[in-house]
Design a binder for this molecule. Structure first.
Ligand code: ZN
Ligand code: ZN
Ligand code: ZN
Ligand code: ZN
Length: 721
């Protein structure tokens, strides 16, 4: 509390005449005076206050500064006599201070003024004591704060000064607002027929009949914006001060504007009421943030609470009824944070059942505080169990628990939390959007996570937080061991199993395939593809059956179990093939569009694309449909643009995939039906490099082709000429 430049003048403990051993600090005549002074050891002296000893410290005076009634000059005491100086009370020495004004007696302008007469003041009078408290507390006293005048430190003084200034400026703005202003559209000329009877038009506008009376009546409007802007400015000003000063400034300011009303119509009243509610939330959110963020003394909070209780808040106000918040060392709260209590409930002494339940705004303040401290583990534990009035905002905060666990490096915990059943038999994984799902997949495979720290600022009691999972700023997770790629894939497959929207999303499949066949992810989040050697043919066949069995078990039991033998020898390839088989099942389920980018994700592992084709072969209808989609996308304008950016690799990859329709004899292509006829009709290999590439592939393997397909190649060759 003690800032530099608060020197202390002091003294007087010769109270023995009253036998007053139980004196409280209130009785002391300690005066705190703002005098510039060089200050090395003031703090030392302040400590001595605690022992209720006189402080003897002076740089310049041989006689210590003292209140007038403590002077060696005779002083006459009376409970309350302001008629004029009693006896010699008007006299004073060089070091006499006015008990009320806190300045040298010679500087007091009210020293001997009849009716006021500060020279008679002394601490044993109820009247003078009250007057002194009021004067020390200044405007804070007027606002009905109940601080002990002795606790007036530089923070409270700062709050006092700002509030007094604000009260004045706010009153001016409010007075202007109350005057209202005329609405311009009502001054337009009146079209009532009554005016046509009078010849002079200019005169007529001021007169009207009963019918058009309203039109000539001046309408006043009221715009609260200027006032609310002024209040917001004060909020920003307060935020720059020390926390203690800020809290007092905000609460005091509320008292100054909470009574504002409007003389206008209901519409205007509603506007003011809405603005008021918004302002109250913004002010109080900051107050709670400070109360949660800092350890204020219990007595200080008690005084704030008593002030808050007396605030005439509007009846429709939705702010919590009490200001006080659980201290961080509350037994239940700290047990939850430490992970010793995972229910958020406990049986207290005397069968008292305690539940960790806090107002939403307090929860938000705690979340912010813990984020700033990078205490993600504690944050996750807290959010898992804390209760509040049911609110979508709280649910959204709770939905981020897995993200916080990831930021703590606890990937397994995050995955487990997302997949575990919540009340209502759903799990978080089933509610993820495709973007959120891809973000988690990126976290798990890259060891990076989006930044989450944010400033708490409430709009109307609901913090508007952009989804941190969609943030573009990602940073490495400290001290994290990266998650095994197979574990990430298992997680992905389980989400795809329970989340229809993610399952349907083509972009998600492309991302999954890219991730499982990548060696690493760039800091920008781009998976860098890896070439994997093609496993032997037997392995490929065995793996198709094994992958099908794994996925079959997943769809029927929601459990995923990967036998050890599955990965043996070819761990990377096994992973890619498992994802590919899941993609096959996805395509069997329903149309997947766009398909072109899915094909492209096999860019580095062409053998896997062939494996993909042969997995699809059991459903000729699907293969045929896929061919139609692919050719349509290839001729679509939107993808034509994309193709211009393709290198030879991409063109060749598409050609390779199409080639398999020719090479596989069980697939029938009829040159007279769609889509083969259409492909032939629009053939333009100079414009589409993939067509040229396809022709070359076919020419190299003519021997493999059926007579029907050779005919198609022949037609293609003719087209090219
Ligand atoms: Zn004196
Ligand atoms: Zn005075
Ligand atoms: Zn008229
Ligand atoms: Zn009229």
């Amino acid at each position: 509390m003690t800032e530099h430049n608060i020197p202390i003048i002091i003294l007087s403990d010769e109270d023995d005449d009253e036998g007053d051993f139980l004196r409280t600090h209130n009785d002391s005549s300690v005066l705190i005076v703002e005098i510039e002074r060089n200050e090395a050891d003031v703090s030392k002296h302040i400590e001595e206050l605690d022992e209720d000893l006189a402080i003897t410290y002076s740089q310049t005076a041989t006689v210590l500064p003292h209140a007038r009634y403590d002077c060696t000059l005779a002083f006459c005491r009376a409970e309350q006599d302001v008629s004029g100086p009693l006896q010699d009370n008007a006299k004073h020495c060089d070091q006499c201070f006015c008990y009320i004004c806190d300045k040298l007696a010679s500087m007091c302008e009210l020293w001997t003024i009849p009716g006021i007469c500060h020279c008679n003041a002394h601490k044993h009078s109820v009247y003078w004591k009250a007057l002194r408290d009021k004067s020390l507390m200044g405007f804070l006293h007027e606002l009905n704060f109940t601080f002990d005048p002795l606790d007036m430190d530089s923070d409270l003084r700062c709050a006092e000064t700002s509030l007094q200034k604000f009260a004045g400026s706010l009153a001016m703005k409010y007075a202007t607002f109350l005057l209202g202003f005329e609405t311009p559209n009502h001054s337009a000329s009146c079209r009532c027929t009554c005016h046509h009877n009078i010849n002079s038009n200019t005169q007529s506008q001021t007169i009207g009949c009963k019918g058009c009376y309203k039109h000539h009546f001046k309408m006043l409007e009221y715009d609260y914006t200027v006032v609310s802007q002024h209040i917001k400015m004060f909020l920003n000003e307060a935020k720059k001060e020390n926390p203690k000063a800020c809290v007092v400034m905000l609460l005091g300011a509320i008292k100054l504007f909470v009574n504002h009303t409007t003389p206008g119509n209901i519409h205007a009243a509603n506007t003011v009421s809405e603005t008021m509610s918004m302002l109250l939330w913004r002010f109080m959110t900051k107050v709670w943030t400070l109360l949660v963020g800092l350890d204020f003394s219990g007595s200080f909070i008690k005084q704030l609470e008593s002030f808050y209780q007396k605030l005439p808040l509007p009846s429709n106000c939705t702010l919590p009824k009490s200001l006080s918040v659980l201290p961080w060392d509350d037994p239940l709260l700290s047990a939850v944070m430490k992970g010793q209590n995972i229910t958020g409930e406990r049986q207290g002494k005397g069968r008292r059942h305690q539940v960790l339940c806090e107002p939403l705004v307090v929860i938000q303040a705690r979340v912010c505080k813990l984020q700033q401290q990078n205490k993600y583990r504690e944050l996750a534990r807290y959010l898992k169990v804390v209760k509040s009035i049911n609110n979508p905002t709280l649910q959204r905060m709770k939905d981020l628990v897995p993200l916080y666990l990831c930021k703590d490096g606890d990937y397994s915990g995050a995955v487990c939390h997302m997949l575990s059943l919540l009340p209502g038999a759903t799990c978080l994984a089933s509610c993820l959007t495709p973007q959120q799902f891809r973000a988690y997949l990126r976290i798990l495979t890259s060891g990076h996570a989006p930044d989450v720290a944010q400033e708490l600022d409430a709009g109307n009691g609901h913090m508007i937080i952009p989804d941190p999972l969609l943030s573009t700023k990602w940073t490495p997770i400290e001290g994290s061991n990266s998650f095994k790629m197979m574990e990430a894939l298992k997680f992905a497959l389980r989400v795809l199993d329970c989340n229809n929207i993610v399952f349907a999303d083509s972009e998600t499949w492309v991302y999954l395939l890219s991730v499982v066949s990548s060696s690493f992810t760039t800091p920008d989040g781009v998976p860098v593809g890896a070439f994997y050697a093609e496993p032997d043919v037997t392995y490929q066949t065995v793996t198709r059956d094994a992958a099908s069995a794994i996925l079959e078990e997943l769809t029927t039991t929601s459990r995923i179990h990967i036998p050890k033998t599955f990965e043996s020898g070819y761990p990377d390839q096994a992973r890619l093939l498992l994802a590919t088989q899941a993609l096959v099942l996805r395509i069997f389920h329903s149309q997947l569009k766009p398909i072109l980018s899915v094909i492209m994700s096999f860019k580095f592992n062409r053998w896997a694309l062939r494996w993909f084709f042969y997995s699809l072969l059991v459903r000729q209808d699907v293969l045929h449909y896929l061919l139609c989609c692919l050719l349509e996308e290839l001729s679509d304008e939107q993808y034509q643009l994309l193709q211009r950016k393709w290198s030879e690799t991409e063109h060749s990859l598409v050609a390779y995939f199409l080639c398999m329709y020719f090479w596989e004899n069980s697939v029938i292509l009829d040159l007279n039906t769609y889509p083969t006829n259409s492909l032939l009709a629009t053939w333009n290999e100079s414009h589409n490099p993939w067509q040229l590439s396809l022709k070359l592939y076919l020419e190299c393997n003519v021997a493999k082709l059926t007579p029907e397909k050779r005919k198609i190649l022949h037609l293609i060759q003719q087209q090219g000429k």
